[in-house]
Design a binder for this molecule. Structure first.
Ligand code: HPA
Length: 287
């Protein structure tokens, strides 16, 4: 599909205007919940202050089971924050500009802190289903980048630095929150591949030799777009399965959703805790 930067920018402006009209001023932070992590709670809490992706102009609507497609505003202990339940992926046949549209819109609305979560296959031998992994860095193996095309100049640097994509400050807060909640937090490098087929065992050996600890089909487009916009990012992978070749039997999406569903509450609680600590820190700094 032909990409038209001017039209894209206009679509974003419409979406941002709608968010402001319907939900008021932007909160400081957002928690983005990936595969199977956004679940039914979105539908319940959406009744008061939330919008389905269908209601927001030009928002891409997820087509995959496990992705509900809601933007919810919550009143936390340290102030307002929002949740994005569900995302779209390159494998759904959308362009990478569509994939990053929701986070760009939310960033332009005014959100500064992004906690991005996903489900991933564990490549590192230390990673088991149910583990939570802080993303310390990534490998972009998507063969695409959201900054390609004239649109790149609209949002920040043409050639943004990616050497500290995941905010050291948020990583430090996450470590503190993990000990508060009694959550074991592992660390690792996330490799993003396009999917939707799972990897072959040979591909997993290749990814390991490249330095990947976990593999998934999302998140990296958003991280690149948000880095260009100068936003603070924390990345969290829930390990839902051991990767191909280390996994007994066939890999399947149902297993990913089941394991994600079992850990959805703790992932959300953990993400919210990091956001609240971060908001409290900012409030203290501004006194
Ligand atoms: N590979 C790619 N993406 C994934 C996996 C996997 O093993 N598990 C969850 N998302």
């Amino acid at each position: 599909m032909l990409f038209r930067p001017t039209e894209y920018r206009a679509h974003l402006e419409e979406a941002v205007e709608h968010l402001g009209q319907e939900l008021g001023p932007a909160p400081e932070a957002v928690l983005c919940l990936g595969s199977g992590l956004g679940g039914q709670s979105a539908r319940l809490s959406s009744a008061k202050e939330g919008l389905a992706f269908e209601q927001i102009p030009h928002f891409p609507v997820p087509t995959v089971a496990g992705h509900s497609g809601w933007l919810i505003v919550e009143e936390g202990q340290a102030g307002k924050y929002c949740r994005l339940h569900g995302r779209v992926h390159l494998y759904e046949g959308l362009s990478i500009q569509d994939v990053v549209f929701p986070v760009r819109a939310v960033a332009l609305w005014g959100v500064r802190i992004f906690v991005l979560t996903n489900a991933a296959g564990g490549i590192g031998r230390h990673l088991l289903p149910g583990d939570l992994m802080l993303i310390t860095d990534h490998l972009n193996l998507l063969g695409d980048n959201p900054l390609v095309g004239a649109v790149g100049n609209d949002f920040g640097e043409r050639f943004p630095d990616m050497s500290e994509s995941y905010s050291p400050n948020l990583v430090e807060l996450a470590e503190l929150c993990a000990s508060d909640l009694g959550v074991v937090l592992k660390r690792g490098v996330y490799a993003a591949v396009k999917g939707p087929s799972y990897e072959t065992p040979a591909e997993i050996r290749m990814l390991r030799s490249l330095g990947a600890d976990a593999v998934g089909m999302s998140t990296v487009p958003e991280v690149i777009a948000l880095r260009q916009m100068g936003r603070d990012i924390l990345g969290l992978s829930l390990i839902t399965n051991r990767a191909a070749g280390m996994h007994e039997g066939d890999l399947n999406h149902e297993e990913v959703l089941r394991v994600a569903g079992n850990s959805a509450e703790i992932v959300a609680r953990f993400g919210v805790k990091v956001i609240e600590r971060s908001l409290l820190g900012r409030a203290r700094d501004s006194v």
